[in-house]
Design a protein around this ligand. Sequence first.
Ligand SMILES: Nc1ncnc2c1ncn2[C@@H]1O[C@H](COP(=O)(O)OP(=O)(O)OP(=O)(O)O)[C@@H](O)[C@H]1O
Ligand SMILES: CC(C)(CO)[C@@H](O)C(=O)NCCC(=O)O
Ligand SMILES: [K+]
Length: 245
Amino acid sequence: MKLFVDIGNTAIKWANERELQSKVVHRASSHQIPESIDRAWIDMEVPSEVHIASVRTTRISQRLNHWIAQHWQAEVRFSTTAQQELGVTTGYTTPSQLGVDRWLALLAAYHIGGGPKLVVDCGSATTVDGVDESGRHLGGLILPGLQLIGKCLELNTDLSFGESGLNLNSFATDTAAGIQSGAMLAHLCVVERLLQDLEQRCGKTAECIITGGNADSLSAHLSATHQVIPDLVLQGLALQSAQAE
Ligand SMILES: Nc1ncnc2c1ncn2[C@@H]1O[C@H](COP(=O)(O)OP(=O)(O)OP(=O)(O)O)[C@@H](O)[C@H]1O
Ligand SMILES: CC(C)(CO)[C@@H](O)C(=O)NCCC(=O)O
Ligand SMILES: [K+]
């Protein structure tokens, strides 16, 4: 049994092959690995292979690796970005610089079939990547995620504000709403603009796919046609691991 693991800046998400097929994904904080996963992983069906995508430091990967070695006799593989893989060619000048989560999401999105794809990953950071019909990754953008925009303001100004509802209001009438609506509208404008640019570059309609912990929030406000696929990075890991066999 293969276990797929996605370590992001906020959360660690995992699913085994069977769970991934039935869309079951587990989640814990990525700040205290391995303590944060210890309880859930102790009772898990023992995997024979563990495929890991991490955008965190090697120290965090080593701690997870150590936990696995102590508990299981599993083969551990850390996923990396490639120049070309599964029909997709990176647009990055230095392929290894592209986050492995972005690469895996692109691989999975491209394999859904059809025309050009805009892949939006709304996590701690938000990334937006374009891939054309022939599998050529055009490149993409990185912005602070929906919550991080507020945190950046809190850290670098003397502003203090609480939570606000998720209502989008272009002319907000309190601080929290102004910041949250600003963050959401910035996201919406970037996605809509990149979708337009991608369609113009490809000369045809592109499909927008949204993933990440904040996918549903963005989806609720995005008027462009799109689909939400919460486990896109794990699906990319599954594709990559199948190819390696
Ligand atoms: N069950 C949940 N627990 C905590 N946060 C959640 C949950 N569901 C959605 N979220 C949202 O997900 C966001 C984090 O997204 P995600 O899970 O994609 O994180 P991440 O893996 O750290 O992101 P990144 O890959 O950018 O580092 C949080 O800011 C939070 O708003
Ligand atoms: C941008 C994040 C943090 C999003 O999770 C990740 O993909 C990453 O660390 N990327 C490396 C930089 C890049 O993709 O250009
Ligand atoms: K991510």
